[in-house]
Design a protein around this ligand. Structure first.
Ligand SMILES: Nc1nc2c(c(=O)[nH]1)N[C@H]1C(S)=C(S)[C@@H](COP(=O)(O)O)O[C@H]1N2
Ligand SMILES: [Mo]
Length: 263
């Protein structure tokens, strides 16, 4: 087990012990399908009681996901889930080769800002060869290139009371009688500021293809495939996940998967 996990767990346990019974009574809420372990442990691990101010103590002391060598890339990244969003907004951007695309940072920030693709590409870049694990039972090693999310959030100025990033996507993953359901995901700020968490616009030395999330998708390398939102348009800083979707923090968590989704 990595240092980070131990440190993080110990820190969070300390804060849980010092906190009220509210934390533990929240367990049942998170004890949903797909959870492999003990509910208390997972609630503690999720950092969901900590504000950015508190999470900052843990940022910077993080273990990296394993990185691979180029020779270990055996095939292209297998496209999964949405592979060709058909909403008018996305189809327009795609037709324009994503020139009008803007990534927005909104919510609990000092200033809401947006970045064009050109601006993102001009920010410090990072490439990493990592393994993507999908819960459906396949994995792919691929090289991802993008700009780290942390400095992007710093430009917006995360407010001390923020707890999570919500990642909003262009694709309507499901259509229902009451309207489209758009893919979304979320993470705590520890994962958002992790050095390998990047806004990826390149895949295996090519421009990120539509099938894999063009123009920008997030990589959170210590998390499962469904925590890697494609077709990203807005990152919203919040202190509560319950107003979004069915309230579990992501499209797949709303459908029973673990919110933290760590590997
Ligand atoms: N916007 C969006 N992001 C998404 C999905 C999706 O359907 N829509 N599927 C998720 C799942 S389950 C996986 S395994 C990966 C697949 O990414 P890939 O197509 O690049 O392999 O994206 C994740 N992010
Ligand atoms: Mo997946």
């Amino acid at each position: 087990m990595s240092n980070l996990i131990i440190n993080r767990r110990r820190f969070l346990m300390g804060s849980a012990a010092a906190g009220s019974g509210l934390l533990l009574s929240g367990c049942d809420q998170f004890d949903f399908l797909g959870q492999r372990d003990n509910g208390v442990r997972n609630v503690i691990e999720q950092a969901n009681v900590l504000t950015y101010k508190a999470q900052r103590a843990l940022i910077g002391d993080q273990t990296l996901a394993r990185e691979y060598s180029a020779s270990e890339i055996r095939q292209g990244q297998k496209p999964n889930g949405s592979t060709e969003p058909s909403t008018p907004e996305y189809m327009f951007l795609r037709q324009q080769n994503f020139a009008p695309y803007k990534l927005k940072v909104t919510g609990m920030v000092d200033r809401e800002i947006e970045f064009s693709l050109g601006e993102l590409r001009n920010m410090p870049a990072r490439s990493q060869i990592t393994r993507h694990d999908c819960v459906e039972g396949w994995s792919c090693i691929a090289k991802w290139t993008g700009t780290p999310l942390g400095p992007v959030l710093d430009q917006a100025g995360v407010k001390p009371g923020a707890r999570f990033c919500v990642y909003h996507c262009f694709d309507n993953i499901q259509r229902t009688l009451s309207g489209d359901i758009f893919y979304y995901e979320s993470s705590d700020l520890i994962d958002a500021y992790h050095p390998q968490t990047i806004l990826a616009y390149g895949l295996n030395d090519q421009v990120l293809p539509v099938a894999n999330g063009a123009p920008v998708r997030l990589r959170i390398e210590r998390a499962l495939g469904y925590k890697q939102p494609k077709y990203l348009h807005t990152i919203q800083l919040v202190d509560d996940l319950t107003p979004f979707g069915l309230g579990k923090g992501g499209y797949w968590p709303d459908n029973g998967y673990d919110w933290y989704g760590g590997i």
